[in-house]
Design a protein. Structure first.
Length: 495
């Protein structure tokens, strides 16, 4: 097989083994990411219910407001952890070892949720999974990129196959953990997630030497050993202070998502200012940074609504949705599999569409605008069912709403990733991606904060919730359309 090192050169073995014409290491990374996403989304599918269900139902009996806040904060921390993982990979361990240890951390988190049925088990499990998933999410793609020569024409196809693994895991995770939760209880569901991650780790270990080779083993910017103590001290103090603030109630549980949102905003602003003020950033690159601001805001609003799949929509699926399908009652967690199913179906169609249109395709600001408008419109489809009886909303209504969510996601999420690489100053490619991840983090955290205002027991409150969010998103979409020429001018030669 052929493995490309970080400098673009390759170590050749007599005969290359391929996986769908790709380096065999893709098969290994595909598997570990698929199982990690299986465990991540499987656990997330039952997590909110575990927190707010009564103890007599196997849950922790937490307040619903606190539960949605924890859910949003946890989702936001995953993306913030991706920054920490990138730093660890670049300065300490290299991408491959960071990926490996992150996967172990994910499995430990699921084991904690499965075996420790207390709030302490919840806290330990979510912290481990958030940090570990951030590490896997970031470094699996870095290692994958190093399996190819810089000019290897197979690279884009390889990443597309890898992305399929993400969505296969996201599809089957909620289906199976929801199924076993219904039969045996929450902790069996968490246990299944742990087993899934263990399967991914075993596969990765068995294939690690023969498929990954030297990819991801370099440490690009090694940290001097004299600074190890300083880094460890900062990490210990940060974790200790965070635990103390939450444990003593200084930061109440129902405010966690707001705190994480604020931290993500501060991080984004600091990094943006560092790039903008740097003498390494050219005037053209500074212009692009300014043009990126309205799209950052667009991303925050979009993900603030999109990630309600795991807060408001999870509650809605539990108490309002008619889950009867030909006499079989679906688990509320199964609703969370509709989005990855639609992604699997339509991602290739969108990719082919943009390729076919070429220069005639919509510009990035237009794609963002339409995404905001579509997801805003989707919320209005909840209105006809406001104030309905328990389990009265037709299943097809939610399928349609999540279809619109998916179309919006395909217009904004992968486009946003690509945009961050296009407008990034040459001196700060990773930092620009980090700023975009903070938009995702902030929006995800806000989904927990916004969920506090959702009340399924009040028709007026329910209508107000969906209408206000829908109008804000639609209005932002039209504003982006109005200023698209200004944004494109700021982007100079980037569409």
């Amino acid at each position: 097989m052929t493995i490309a090192s970080s400098d673009g050169k390759s170590d050749s073995v007599a005969k290359e083994r391929t996986f769908f014409g790709q380096p065999w290491g893709l098969a290994n990374l595909f598997g570990v990411e698929m199982w990690e996403r299986f465990s991540f989304y499987g656990m997330q599918g039952i997590l909110l219910y575990y927190m707010y269900y009564e103890t007599t139902q196997g849950g922790l009996g937490l307040d619903q407001t606190a539960s949605t806040s924890i859910m949003g904060a946890y989702g936001g921390l995953v993306y913030m952890a991706a920054l920490v993982a990138s730093l660890v990979a670049d300065r300490l361990l290299g991408s491959e070892r960071t990926l490996f240890y992150s996967a172990i951390l994910v499995m430990m988190g699921h084991i904690s949720l499965a075996l420790v049925p207390t709030v302490a088990g919840l806290a330990l499990g979510l912290v481990c999974i958030a940090i570990g998933s951030g590490g896997v999410k970031t470094n699996a793609q870095v290692v994958l990129g190093q399996l190819y020569h810089r000019q290897d024409p197979r690279r884009d196809a390889g990443f597309s196959i890898f992305y399929m693994g993400v969505n296969i895991g996201g599809l089957f995770g909620p289906l199976l953990t929801g199924w076993i939760w219904g039969m045996e209880g929450f902790h069996w569901g968490f246990g299944l997630a742990a087993i899934g991650m263990a399967a991914g780790l075993i596969q990765y270990i068995l294939m690690r030497k023969t498929t990954i080779g030297a990819a991801g083993h370099d440490v690009p910017n090694p940290l001097p050993k004299s600074k190890y103590f300083q880094w460890i001290a900062i990490a210990v103090l940060t974790i200790g202070a965070s635990v103390l603030l939450v444990a003593t109630g200084i930061i109440p549980l129902d405010a966690l998502s707001s705190v994480v949102s604020l931290l993500a905003l501060v991080a984004a602003v600091v990094m943006w200012l560092q790039m903008y003020r740097s003498h390494l950033t050219t005037p053209t690159e500074k212009s692009r940074l300014i043009g990126f601001i309205p799209l950052f805001i667009s991303g925050v609003v979009f993900f603030g609504i999109f990630q309600q799949q795991f807060t408001v929509l999870a509650i809605y699926s539990d108490v309002r949705l008619n889950r009867d399908l030909f006499g079989f009652e679906l688990s509320p967690t199964w609703v969370q599999s509709f989005n990855p199913l639609f992604i699997i179906i339509f991602a290739g169609i969108f990719a082919s569409l943009w390729t076919k249109l070429g220069e005639r395709q919509w510009s990035t600001p237009v794609k963002f605008a339409v995404a905001n408008i579509i997801i805003g419109i989707s919320l209005f489809f909840f209105i006809p069912f406001s104030g309905g009886e328990a389990n009265s909303t037709p299943l097809l209504a939610i399928v349609w709403i999540l279809f619109l969510f998916t179309i919006g996601e395909l217009l904004l999420s992968p486009v946003g990733n690509a945009l961050a690489t296009k407008v990034a100053p040459k001196a700060y490619p990773s930092m620009m991606m980090a700023v975009w991840l903070m938009a995702v983090s902030m929006g995800t955290s806000l989904s927990g904060t916004l969920a506090d205002y959702y009340d399924p027991n009040s028709v007026s409150a329910e209508n107000t919730f969906f209408i206000v969010l829908g109008v804000v998103s639609i209005a932002l979409g039209f504003i982006l359309l109005l200023i698209r020429n200004w944004i494109e001018k700021k982007f100079v030669d980037i569409r």
